[in-house]
Design a protein around this ligand. Structure first.
Ligand code: MLT
Length: 312
């Protein structure tokens, strides 16, 4: 114990609470996924995990905080696809995705849904496209900040339809969804982990799911391709990170705990209810995670550069 410099050999790890930083608001998709796995991970590690929300700037504030934390395994980051979009969006990001972190493993891949306030006029995705084209000056599109998954999905929607909309940024899907339910914004695109409940309860209207296949938990919801926007496909992969320089045996313990959590039947069931599933065991590894991040940095870096979008 004693804190300070990381010790070689994490034999006794963990000796103190582990903090998993969620770079978005409490009650949002990243928070939901993190809280699902935190307990079974902690049980496997024989320690305690505290979830801390460090929100702002589309997830880049929390990621930056973890990049600069002690590399001792006590500060962990849960981040998603935003890790691969931020470098193209922010010219002075305080971290480099591949260089500032050790990858622990992939966690899950979450479909997104295009959803609206329940009294929003358009009834179908085709209606929505027609409507936003005719009303682009007044339609509002919510997101969780530049760099959020919802921001990326909104960008894909605008690119697919050729319409530029007025975007309303929040610090997470939690507050964005609250305003959508309350009718303060018109529509958004966000993860099934948080939209499923509101869709099923009829508190918001859903147009489509952004994956090639329908989602079992929302069987009536068409895919974007079925509903007329083929090519608008995205799902939100999540991964766990620790600061660069964290001892390899500590990373290995976290990977092992992650694998155990993802195999937990309770986690599998909870995720299924929210339209998602744990990644395959071989993907809950640093190697698979690094490969995914490298590939995704290329994919989204190009999409964002082509769209000419920048933060601020
Ligand atoms: C959240 O946890 O609030 C979301 O993942 C935000 C987003 O990226 O859209």
């Amino acid at each position: 114990g004693g804190g300070g410099a990381p010790q070689a050999g994490g034999g006794a790890y963990p000796e103190q609470n582990i903090t998993i930083v969620v770079p978005f608001s409490a009650g949002g998709p990243t928070d939901t996924v993190t809280r699902m796995i935190a307990e079974p991970m902690a049980a496997k590690l024989g320690g305690k995990i505290v979830v801390q929300n460090v929100e702002g700037a589309g997830g880049t504030v929390g990621a930056g905080e973890v990049a600069n934390a002690n590399p001792d395994g006590y500060t962990v980051l849960m981040h998603h696809i935003g890790m691969s979009t931020a470098p193209a969006l922010y010219s002075n990001l305080g971290y480099k995705p591949l260089e500032s972190f050790e990858m622990v493993g992939l966690v899950t891949e979450v479909p997104m849904t295009i959803v609206a306030r329940k009294d929003f006029e358009p009834a179908t995705l085709q209606d929505l496209v027609t409507y936003v084209k005719a009303n682009s000056a007044k339609v509002t599109l919510a997101n969780a900040g530049v760099g959020a998954a919802s921001h990326l999905c909104g960008l894909l929607f605008q690119t697919a339809t050729g319409v530029k909309l007025q975007e309303v940024p929040y610090k997470g899907t939690g507050p964005a969804l609250t305003d959508l339910v309350g009718g303060q914004v018109d529509f958004m695109c966000d993860q099934t982990t948080n939209t499923s409940g509101q869709i099923s309860a009829g508190e918001i209207k859903a147009y489509a799911v952004t994956t090639p296949e329908r989602v079992k938990s929302l069987p009536d919801l068409p895919t974007t391709a079925e509903a007329g926007l083929p090519g608008m496909e995205v799902s939100v992969w999540h991964g766990l990170y620790v600061p660069k320089g964290t001892p390899q045996d500590v990373v290995a313990k976290l990977t092992d705990a992650l694998k155990t959590a993802l195999a937990d039947q309770k986690v599998v069931d909870q995720m299924a209810k929210l339209g998602t599933a744990p990644v395959k065991a071989e993907d809950a590894t640093p190697e698979a995670h690094k490969k995914k991040l490298e590939e995704q940095l290329g994919v989204w870096g190009k999409v964002i550069a082509d769209a000419g979008v920048k933060a601020q």
